[in-house]
Design a protein around this ligand. Structure first.
Ligand code: UGA
Length: 434
């Protein structure tokens, strides 16, 4: 394989191609994207995404912009421009059987060119993308079970073999690879919803969710990772992939299985509204006109990504109860926050229908430059992302600048409730006794 063209220079395409280019000097890597400015940013010193370690990774070649929106138009474009046989690798998470649809589009427009479709789902997580790419738990490659299919799988395997040990490269059929990606994300999200469901019970009974998670995770069959109770999971993948899985189940006449997975999302929504309800009820059943400092807006630490962040729902819930919120996040821009808060999910998916910003929502929301400015004069502080810097804040200084009684709602369990209580705060931490 001498040349790889990647369609899409986002959170997956950018870092993955940077690592392939770095590890495989004999391969020419070209990245195209619908956004000219995004390509320009990749070619500059100011990368379009924040990812620890990425700045040090060199090797991303210059790209050219392509005008396409969906995988279907990508497939049609590949058919239009190909002059020689191609291996088409599905890397984005797609509904199961998309490979079959891509294959149909390509073979019906082939002009004698042979295409092999592979599914090679990406398992990297944002914030640790470079580390995950350098040392993946596994690389999964699915292809057709024909001699040509196996040859294509082998060709892609050789790319990864530059740096990934052989026993970590799994090969399967196409559908297993597509479904494994959805199943892996569903399992991860299910662990979070499981511990979050337990966190509600902890609060009701006086148990500590971190102690329960530790004790449960010590069982080697369960394991300790991904058991941190939180305000809920966010990010562009978990919810979308579970909904995808639910849809595939329904299409295949499996409503019981669909309902089982749907419940993972229901618990996640419940966890977000539970926090809003807790804030309102603690603050004497009203937050109207009260200032609440929101610390953290990204869906998790070490990223500026806000897609499906639980902070959007929590902030909207508080705004619905007429709170005034002041938001601070070390990586998310003011513009992004304002857009996330006023836009509905429909707007995100259909930007052409975008309504003008609602003036009330904008007025109630301000964005601060640091945590202290956000908390000044506030009645409550609400931590929604587990940024390391929130562990190190001078909480006495924050307390002194706030209205009394001063409340802290820790949606990520980053601060020690005992230490805060000694300062004078009224503290609520997810899954911990009040
Ligand atoms: C997730 C998967 O972890 C990746 O393996 C996968 O490749 C990726 O989706 C994808 O499909 O693209 P990502 O969404 O970047 O990665 O982030 P995660 O680290 O999985 O976190 C997702 C959400 O769960 C975050 O909001 C995080 O705060 C939350 N979380 C995570 C918890 O609430 N508790 C935990 O114990 C762990």
């Amino acid at each position: 394989m001498v040349k790889i063209c990647c369609i899409g220079a986002g959170y997956v395409g950018g870092p993955t191609m940077a690592v392939i280019a770095l590890k495989c000097p004999s391969i020419k890597v070209v990245v195209v994207d619908i956004s000219v400015s995004r390509i320009a940013a990749w070619n500059s010193d100011h990368l379009p995404i924040y990812e620890p370690g990425l700045d040090e990774t060199r090797g991303l070649g210059a790209g050219k912009a392509a005008d396409l929106t969906y995988w279907e138009s990508a497939a049609r474009m590949i058919a239009d421009v190909s002059k020689t046989d191609k291996i088409v690798v599905e890397k984005s998470t797609v509904p199961v059987k998309t490979a079959e649809a891509i294959e149909k589009i390509l073979t019906h427009n082939s002009n004698g060119i042979n295409y092999q479709i592979l599914s090679n789902p990406e398992f990297l997580a944002e914030g640790t993308a470079i580390q995950d790419l350098f040392m993946p738990d596994r690389v999964l490659i699915g292809g057709r079970e024909t001699p040509e299919g196996r040859k294509a799988v082998q060709a892609l395997k050789e790319v990864y073999a530059h740096w990934v040990p052989d026993d970590r490269i799994i090969t399967t059929n196409l559908w297993s690879a597509e479904l494994s990606k959805l199943a892996a994300n569903a399992f991860l999200a299910q662990r979070i919803s499981s511990i979050n469901a337990i966190s509600a019970l902890c609060e009701a009974t006086g148990a500590h969710v971190s102690e329960v998670a530790y004790a449960v995770g010590k069982d080697a069959r369960i394991g300790p990772k991904f058991l941190n109770a939180s305000v809920g999971f966010g990010g562009s993948c978990f919810q979308k992939d579970i909904l995808n899985l639910v849809y595939v189940c329904e299409c295949n006449g499996l409503p019981e299985v669909a309902n089982y997975w749907r419940q993972v999302i229901k618990i996640n929504d419940y966890q977000k509204s539970r926090l809003v309800n807790r804030i309102v009820s603690s603050m004497f059943n009203t937050v109207a006109g009260k200032k609440i400092a929101v610390l953290g807006f990204a869906f998790k630490k070490d990223t500026g990504d806000t897609r499906e962040t639980p902070a959007i729902d929590v902030c909207k819930g508080l705004l619905g109860d007429k709170a005034e919120i002041s938001i601070y996040d070390p990586q998310v821009t003011e513009d992004q926050i304002q857009r996330d808060i006023v836009m509905s999910k429909f707007d995100w998916d259909h930007p052409v229908h975008l309504q003008p910003m609602s003036p009330t929502a904008v007025k109630q929301v301000s964005v601060a430059w640091d945590a202290y400015a956000a908390a000044k004069g506030a009645h409550g502080v609400c931590i929604l992302t587990e940024w390391d810097e929130f562990k190190e804040l001078d909480y006495k200084k924050i307390y002194d600048s706030m209205q009394k009684p001063a409340f802290i709602f820790d949606g990520r369990n980053v601060v020690d409730p005992q230490m805060l209580r000694e300062i004078g705060f009224i503290v609520y931490s997810i899954g911990k006794p009040l």
